[in-house]
Design a protein around this ligand. Structure first.
Ligand code: ADP
Ligand code: MG
Length: 233
């Protein structure tokens, strides 16, 4: 049996591919630990750890067709299934740490799948994913979602700097290679951030130039540390 005994503060780092989520979530974990608190890092999709995660990898490699060939509602079930399979591990992390940092979570599913729909279907899809993951699967809602915001063209340059990934032999997977699609994802992310008090937006560019990793990290730390146990309120 498993259950949710949530002790930890749950912080989710979001943004388009190449926005710096991996870089910043690792830095945030180090900083939280250096402050004397215990912290776990969980990243999604868990390509190598779950059955659904492997299916996500196959989808991103084009095994089920091109991006538009598969209805986003069906795609959302794969990403949600990966978290369903991970719920025991997540519950354990939440029960045994002060903080759990997430490198992508439910919001990624909403932004990425919702972006493929238009009109009323867009928000219906977002609501369906919320119902599936937080309602039916009972996954806890994050205390804070931090959106790394930058121009898609800049993010795509950063994807080019990434080391090889386990699930794809391509330099950029199906989604990462599709600029117009990522523009829609970025815009839905901003919409989600505007409509939910638990979100904060971190602008990663200043005067058209990318800010330093350290400088962005300082801002994320400030936003995260407000919620940490023992922090002055
Ligand atoms: P994501 O996990 O959001 O896809 P990553 O953290 O993997 O993004 O970052 C993609 C690449 O960009 C990495 O090589 C990383 O070192 C680099 N990078 C991230 N943020 C910055 C930044 N502010 N300035 C310069 N390089 C960055
Ligand atoms: Mg990453």
């Amino acid at each position: 049996m498993w259950g949710w005994l949530v002790v930890a503060v749950l912080i989710d780092i979001e943004g388009v591919d190449g926005a710096g989520k991996g870089t910043q979530s690792r830095r945030l974990v180090e900083r939280i630990r250096a402050s004397g608190r215990s912290c776990a890092l969980v990243g999604f999709p868990r390509y190598d750890a779950t059955w659904f995660g492997r299916a996500v990898g196959r989808f991103l490699n084009g095994a089920f067709g091109q991006l538009d060939d598969v209805h986003p509602f069906l795609v959302s079930l794969l990403f949600a299934g990966d978290r369903f399979e991970s719920r025991e591990e997540l519950a354990r992390a939440l029960a045994t740490h002060d903080v759990v940092v997430l490198d992508r979570y439910v919001a990624s599913n909403k932004a990425h799948q919702g972006a493929k729909a238009s009109g009323p279907e867009r928000l219906e899809l977002v609501a369906a994913i919320d119902h599936l993951e937080h309602g039916l699967y009972g996954l806890p809602r994050p205390d804070r979602v931090i959106l790394l915001d930058l121009a898609v063209s800049t993010a795509q340059e950063l994807v080019g700097r990434k080391a090889a990934r386990s699930y794809t032999e391509k330099a950029a997977d199906l989604q990462e290679a599709d600029g117009p699609y990522l523009e829609k994802v970025a815009s839905l992310y901003r919409e989600l951030a505007a409509g939910d008090a638990s979100w904060r937006v971190v602008g990663c560019e200043q005067a058209g130039a990318l800010r330093d990793i350290e400088c962005i990290g300082d801002e994320i730390w400030r936003l995260a540390s407000e919620l940490l146990p023992g922090a002055a309120s």
